[in-house]
Ligand binder design. Structure first.
Ligand code: ADP
Length: 403
C-alpha cells in the first residue's frame, strides 16, 4: 500500500511516501516557510538526479498539500501515476491528550478530540489540524489516520503520571504526565525487544531518545511504565535550548526578578536554556562537542551535566522495573555522539553496564541497529536509528486495510 506520512508544523509540512509492502520510502520532502514566502524540496531516494528544490509561494497548508500531491504524481518527478495511488495518509500528532490513546481514522469526532488538545499543545495541535484539513480538502476520498506521540505512553500507571497537585485541579485542567516521542520509543524498544533472547513480556528496556528534544522511557514487557517528559515536552533532562526539570520554585523567582510574564518565562525556558544556556555557546550538540574536545570548560561542564542526568534516569528506571536488559540510544545525539553514550555509561558497572569503546566509537551513521556493549556486559547497550515515519505508515496501513 502507498501511504503518505505527513508531519505538519506551524510553518512546515514534511512528507514521506512509503510503499508499505517493501517499507521503502519512494519520495520525501518538505514545504517550509508556509505563509511567509515558501520553500519546497522533494527528494527521490532512488533517483536523486530528479530531486527538486524551489522557492514557491505556499500561503497555507492546503496549498502545501496541493504542491506535494502535484510532485508525487508528476510524470518526471513523481513516483505514482495519480492521486488514487496514494491509498492512505498518516498524520503525526504531537499531543493526543487523555482523549486519543491509539492511532485512529480521522472523523468529525476525532477532529473534536484534537480540538480539545489545543489547550495542551496550542502551536503543534493548530498546525496538525491545518495539515489534516488541507489533506482532506485535496484528497477527500483518501482515508486519513492520526498517530499520536503521546499514545505509547498511555500505559503508564497512575503513580508514574501523577503530579502532587490537588486532585480536582489535575482533573479540571487535565494535568498529568503524558510523555512525548512515543512513536520513537515504540519503534526502538520494539526493535530492541526482538534482539533480546526472551519473550517480549519479560523484557526491561530503557530507551534514550536524545535529540534537540530528548526523552527517556522505561519500557517493561513492551509497555511504557514511566517517561521523562511530562505534561509538556519541557520536563525531564536538559535539551538543546530547553531547561528540562528544574526546581519549580525557580519559575516564580526568575519571573519576579526579571519582570517576566508567564508567556515570556515559558519562551525563556524553551528557547534560552539547556545546552545553550549552560554553555553560553550553542544549543547544537555538535558545537558543544567541538568545545569539549578542545577542553573548553563550559562545554565540558554542559556535556557532563547532560550525561549525569541521563545516567540518573537509567538508574531510577532500573529501580522502577526491578531490573534492566537493555539500554537504547537513538535520535540526533543518541545516534551520532559516541561521547555522550560513553559519558553516560561510564562507572555503571554496579548495574552490569559496560561499553565496548571501539564499538561505541564506530557506531554512527550506520543506519542499522548496532550493539555497543562489551561482551561481558550484563546489560545490552544498542544504538538503534529511530524511524517514527515507518511506525506511522504501518499503523495507517493497518487501519486503512481494515476499512
Ligand atoms: P529533533 O528533536 O529536532 O528531531 P534531532 O534528533 O535531529 O532533533 O537531534 C538534533 C541534535 O543532534 C543536535 O543537537 C545535533 O547537534 C545532534 N547531532 C549530532 N550529530 C548529528 C548528525 N550527524 N546529524 C544530525 N544531528 C546530529
Amino acid at each position: 500500500m502507498n501511504v503518505l506520512v505527513v508531519n505538519a508544523g506551524s510553518s512546515s509540512l514534511k512528507y514521506q511516501l512509503f510503499d508499505t509492502n517493501t517499507e521503502k520510502v519512494l519520495a520525501k520532502g518538505n514545504c517550509e516557510r508556509i505563509g511567509d514566502g515558501g520553500l519546497f524540496s522533494h527528494k527521490l531516494p532512488d533517483n536523486p538526479e530528479l530531486n527538486v528544490k524551489l522557492e514557491i509561494d505556499i500561503p497555507n497548508h492546503t496549498e502545501a498539500t496541493k504542491i506535494v500531491v502535484k510532485y508525487l504524481t508528476d510524470p518526471v518527478h513523481g513516483v505514482v501515476k495519480s492521486m488514487d495511488e496514494i491509498e492512505a495518509v498518516g498524520h503525526r500528532i504531537v499531543h493526543g491528550g487523555a482523549f486519543l490513546k491509539e492511532s485512529v481514522l480521522v472523523d468529525d469526532e476525532v477532529i473534536k478530540k484534537l480540538e480539545g488538545c489545543l489547550d495542551l499543545a496550542p502551536l503543534h495541535t493548530a498546525a496538525h489540524l491545518m495539515g489534516i484539513r488541507g489533506c482532506i480538502e485535496v484528497m477527500p476520498n483518501t482515508p486519513q489516520v492520526v498517530v499520536m506521540d503521546t499514545a505509547f505512553h498511555s500505559t503508564m500507571p497512575a503513580e508514574a503520571y501523577t503530579y502532587a497537585l490537588p486532585k480536582d485541579m489535575c482533573e479540571k485542567y487535565h494535568i498529568r504526565r503524558y510523555g512525548f516521542h512515543g512513536t520513537s520509543h515504540r519503534y526502538v524498544s520494539g526493535e530492541m525487544a526482538k534482539l533480546l533472547d526472551k519473550p517480549v513480556e519479560e523484557t526491561k528496556i530503557v530507551t534514550c531518545h536524545i535529540g534537540n528534544g530528548s526523552s527517556i522511557s522505561a519500557v517493561k514487557g513492551g509497555k511504557v511504565i514511566d517517561t521523562s517528559m511530562g505534561f509538556t515536552p519541557l520536563d525531564g533532562i536538559m535539551m538543546g535550548t530547553r531547561c528540562g526539570a528544574i526546581d519549580p520554585a525557580i519559575v516564580p523567582f526568575v519571573m519576579e526578578k526579571e519582570n517576566m510574564t508567564p508567556a515570556e518565562m515559558n519562551s525563556f525556558m524553551n528557547k534560552k536554556c539547556g545546552f545553550l544556556g549552560v554553555s553560553g555557546i550553542s544549543g547544537d550538540c555538535r558545537d558543544i562537542e567541538d568545545g569539549y574536545m578542545k577542553g573548553q570548560p563550559d562545554c565540558v561542564h554542559t556535556l557532563k551535566t547532560l550525561a549525569y542526568q541521563i545516567k540518573k534516569f537509567i538508574g531510577s528506571y532500573t529501580a522502577a522495573m526491578n531490573g534492566l536488559d537493555a539500554i537504547v540510544f537513538t535520535a540526533g545525539i543518541g545516534e551520532n555522539t559516541p561521547l555522550i553514550r560513553a559519558l553516560t555509561c561510564e562507572n555503571m558497572d554496579f548495574y552490569g553496564i559496560k561499553l565496548d569503546t571501539a564499538k561505541n566509537d564506530a557506531a554512527h551513521h550506520q543506519g542499522d541497529s548496532v550493539e555497543i556493549s562489551a561482551a561481558d556486559s550484563k546489560v545490552k547497550v544498542y544504538v538503534i536509528p529511530t524511524n517514527e515515519e515507518l511506525v506511522i505508515a504501518r499503523d495507517t496501513e493497518a487501519i486503512a486495510k481494515a476499512l
